[in-house]
Each structure stands twice: as structure tokens, then as C-alpha cells.
Design a protein around this ligand. Structure first.
Ligand code: AMP
Length: 189
């Protein structure tokens, strides 16, 4: 499956100190959105990957109406279309505990939570035994800016897809197994 996450690509660029990463870092550290031109550029290129030619899941993109419009253009050019847009709906108040307890195994993308999904050994990936990390922006302060950006810039994207008729709301406050069940049902329908 071709999974294209803008956040993962941007974090990799920041870690590699590539020109793209240097441009993106400041906004990411502050919990603000990176410019539309930058993210549209990396997504357009990523969609050309050979393993993405049969379809892909876009994760964290589009996050502004401009990005959504550019995505329509990118897909039209490729003769492709959006099947479904999944909105993981959750109240802001639940997010601080989820975000501040999150630990990640960077190379696999596996994620853990100190309270809800702890690794067998604290701070260590269950499969590889490698160390886990916390994202620099997974703290209460930066979360406030991320939520602000979400409400101002990304909520209109949800309205954009609701009008088009391909939006599915996923109740993301439920337990991980239940959310997974709903997602599987929605994508296989
Ligand atoms: P995420 O991993 O999806 O939470 O993204 C982490 C950070 O990367 C965000 O807070 C933004 O700074 C940046 N980012 C990710 N996706 C986008 C996007 N579609 N547009 C603008 N900035 C983005």
C-alpha cells in the first residue's frame, strides 16, 4: 500500500537538513502549517513513485483549501479521483493526553502511548528493540498552535469535501481497536 504522509516526508527532510527541510523546520517547530507551495510540490512528486501508481492514501494532506484545489488538479492530470475522505473527528480536550504520551519508532512509523498502548519495555520498540522518540511538536504548547491552525485552515477543507459528498466522519475518540474496525469497514465499502 502506498501511504503518503506529508508530516513524515517533512520530518525526514528536516532530519536530512535538505533545502526543503530547512525551509519547513521553523513552521513545524512552532506548530504552524508549512507553505502550500512546499507541500504541494512534495506531494506531486511523491505521487509519481512507482509503488503509488495503483492508488494511495494521503495522510495529513490537504490541510488548506488551496491544497485541496491543487490536489484536484494533480489528480485530474493523472486521470485519478478521490474515493473517500476520512475525517478523524475528536474533541480538542482529548488530544493533549494522547499527544503528550505518544512515543514513536521513527524508521517503522510504529507508535505507542505511555498509558494507552505502552511498549513492552519503556522507551524501546517491541519489534526491533530500538529506541523510541517523542516528536518535538508533541507537547502541550505546540499542540495549541497546531489546533489553532487546524480550526482556522483545515476545518474549511472538511467543509469542502462534505459539499462534494465524499466525506466520512470517523469517531476517533473511541479505543484504537474500534477506530481501526470502523476505518477498515469504510475503506473496504
Ligand atoms: P503531522 O505529522 O501530519 O502532524 O504534521 C506535522 C507538521 O508538518 C504540521 O504541524 C505542519 O507544520 C507540517 N505539515 C504536515 N502536513 C502539512 C500540510 N498538508 N500542509 C502544511 N503543513 C503540513
Amino acid at each position: 500500500m502506498c501511504h503518503l504522509s506529508t508530516g513524515d516526508m517533512l520530518r525526514a527532510a528536516v532530519a536530512a537538513k535538505s533545502p526543503l527541510g530547512v525551509k519547513a523546520k521553523d513552521a513545524m517547530d512552532k506548530g504552524e502549517l508549512v507553505s502550500d507551495d512546499l507541500v504541494v510540490g512534495i506531494m506531486d512528486e511523491a505521487m509519481n513513485r512507482p509503488k503509488c501508481q495503483k492508488g494511495f492514501i494521503l495522510d495529513g494532506f490537504p490541510r488548506t483549501v488551496t491544497q485541496a484545489e491543487k490536489l484536484d488538479e494533480m489528480l485530474n492530470r493523472r486521470g485519478a479521483q478521490i474515493d473517500k475522505v476520512l475525517n478523524f473527528a475528536i474533541d480538542d480536550s482529548v488530544l493533549e493526553e494522547r499527544i503528550t504520551g505518544r512515543w514513536i519508532h521513527p524508521s517503522s512509523g510504529r507508535s505507542y502511548h505511555t498509558k494507552f498502548a505502552p511498549p513492552k519495555v519503556p522507551g524501546v520498540d517491541d519489534v526491533t528493540g530500538e529506541p523510541l522518540i517523542q516528536r518535538k511538536d508533541d507537547n502541550a504548547d505546540v499542540l495549541r498552535s497546531r489546533l489553532d491552525a487546524f480550526h482556522k485552515q483545515t476545518q474549511p477543507v472538511i467543509d469542502y469535501y462534505a459539499k462534494k459528498g465524499n466525506l466520512v466522519n470517523i469517531p476517533a475518540e473511541k479505543a484504537p481497536e474500534e477506530v481501526t474496525k470502523v476505518v477498515k469497514k469504510v475503506v473496504s465499502a
